[in-house]
Design a protein around this ligand. Structure first.
Ligand code: MLT
Ligand code: ZN
Length: 471
């Protein structure tokens, strides 16, 4: 049994009083996940102020054989940053490592510490006349370290890729405390195995990301946002195809929302209001370009007018101001929060080829009705890249506990359909502690075996975020 008291005394000498929380009143918020699915326990939350401090902390924990759970903004959808209930895993918060170390508008790169929130990183890029092209609903709270550890995707993936595609370099504290300084900012670098991509998406199971170099893009000169109602998911796909054939380079987001999800947002989010009549299906389209005189409003009209005439769209509004753009985006971004306020939910963060989204939704609705009459399907998300949050809300007449007890039934039902459409059971949220049970079926054989070998090679003592990703 590790001597936790001795370890905590050692950690206090490394990070000082300000960097060590042990009072349960202070640590409780770090021990529970954002969704309220997992209530863990931890003897301490360590908040190092530098990579050197973190390295010393990890060295001490590893030597003592004490497990560590790295945590950023604690916005995981799959319990990826929550300690177990056993009370012997130490949470390591990166929040104090929150400096923008460098930004270069010529190289179009930014060097960020792990605790910088995504929103702060976006703002730093804007101040330098650039844009960090990664946007997720939780960006005000989510931190760069967690965003990279989970390979977050979000709203702009169809144009710029997900977090993985933006990473040029990383700094990582390895499970034994060594620091890997890989903060390179090269566009070309073929020097052996690509280590940085090993840590992106590993969900903190192979080491702790402490800083990163990310790619930026030029700031757009024109941004236009439209909200449309469409008669069906097939029509949503048809509209997407019309936009992507017209000017694929200008599409920055193409998001789908259902009538059910919009209803939750309108009822639970103060100030949310719909600028067009209610409908069963909505799409939010954002066009943006750094080009001058690109006339994006004209592009919108060129596509939306005929779509309205031939019934591919029912109604459409174009935002007239930055405030209206933000109000329309809010209707989309508050979906997760609104769903939480409505009650318990089972989330399926799935991806399929874009062309299969309507079939996915139709088959899931039918199967859900048969499996659990009254369950409320709340599909929404990044239709333009094929990633749908195929979520379910508890039936009105079922209590939360009985509903959540059947989460695997709903997840497996969706999984079967997604598999038959060549999709993935986790598009952008990761595996965390919610879904490792799905790994053998989905990533079994040589793939899972290789993942296990990588884990064993880097973290032979199994101290880095145990119980996550791998079953
Ligand atoms: C989002 O795009 O808003 C999140 O990834 C959502 C979710 O599944 O609730
Ligand atoms: Zn999402």
């Amino acid at each position: 049994m590790p001597d936790i008291t001795a370890l905590l005394a050692e950690l206090r000498t490394i990070v000082g009083d300000v960097g060590l929380l042990t009072d349960p009143a202070d640590t409780a918020a770090y021990a529970e996940d954002w969704r309220g699915l997992y209530q863990g326990h931890t003897p301490a939350v360590v908040r190092p102020a530098s990579t050197a401090e973190l390295s010393a902390v990890v060295t001490a924990c590893s030597r003592a054989g004490v497990a560590m759970v790295p945590q950023g903004g604690n916005t995981s959808m799959v319990g990826g940053a929550t300690p177990s209930g056993t009370g012997d895993e130490i949470v390591i918060s990166l929040a104090r490592m929150n400096r923008v170390r460098a930004i270069d508008p010529v190289d179009l790169t930014v060097t960020l510490e792990a605790g910088v929130t995504l929103k702060a990183a976006q703002n730093a890029a804007l101040e330098a006349g650039c844009m960090l092209p990664l946007s997720i609903s939780s960006e005000g709270t989510a931190q760069i370290g967690g965003v990279l550890a989970t390979n977050a995707g979000g709203n702009n993936t169809l144009r710029y890729g997900n977090a993985r595609d933006l990473v040029l370099g990383l700094e990582v504290v390895l499970p034994d405390g060594q620091i890997w300084s890989g903060l390179r900012r090269l566009r070309k670098d073929n020097t052996g195995y690509c280590l940085r991509q090993l840590f992106v998406g590993a969900e903190g199971t192979l080491g702790i990301i402490t800083a990163a170099v990310l790619k930026l893009v030029p700031q757009p000169r024109e941004v236009e946002v439209a909200l449309c109602t469409v008669p069906s998911t097939e029509a949503a796909l048809a509209l997407y195809t019309r936009f992507s054939r017209h000017d694929p380079a200008a599409i920055q987001a193409f998001e789908y929302m259902s009538g059910q999800g919009m209803d939750f947002v309108l009822r639970h989010i103060p100030g949310a209001s719909l600028p067009l009549p209610v409908a069963a299906h909505y799409v939010l389209i954002e066009l943006a370009t750094p080009r001058e005189n690109a006339q994006l409003r004209a592009s919108f009209e060129q596509i939306l007018m005929p779509a309205l005439e031939d019934g591919v769209a029912i109604d459409a509004v174009l935002a007239e101001s930055q405030a209206q753009r933000a109000a329309i985006w809010r209707l989309r971004e508050e979906h997760a929060e609104a769903q939480k306020r409505e009650g318990a939910s089972v989330k399926n963060d799935v991806s399929v080829p874009v062309s299969k989204v309507p079939e996915l939704l139709a088959r899931a609705q039918k199967a859900a009705d048969a499996l659990m009459p009254g369950v409320r399907m709340v599909p929404f998300g990044h239709m333009g890249d094929g990633n749908i949050h195929l979520n379910f809300e508890q039936p009105i007449d079922m209590d939360a506990a009985s509903f959540l007890a059947r989460d695997h039934d709903l997840m497996d039902m969706v999984g079967e359909i997604v598999k038959s459409l060549d999709g993935s059971f986790s598009a952008e949220h990761g595996v965390g502690k919610l879904k490792p049970y799905m790994m053998p079926e989905w990533r079994g054989g040589a793939e899972l075996e290789t993942m296990r070998r990588i884990k064993a090679a880097l973290d032979p003592r199994g101290v880095m975020n145990p119980g996550k990703v791998l079953p």
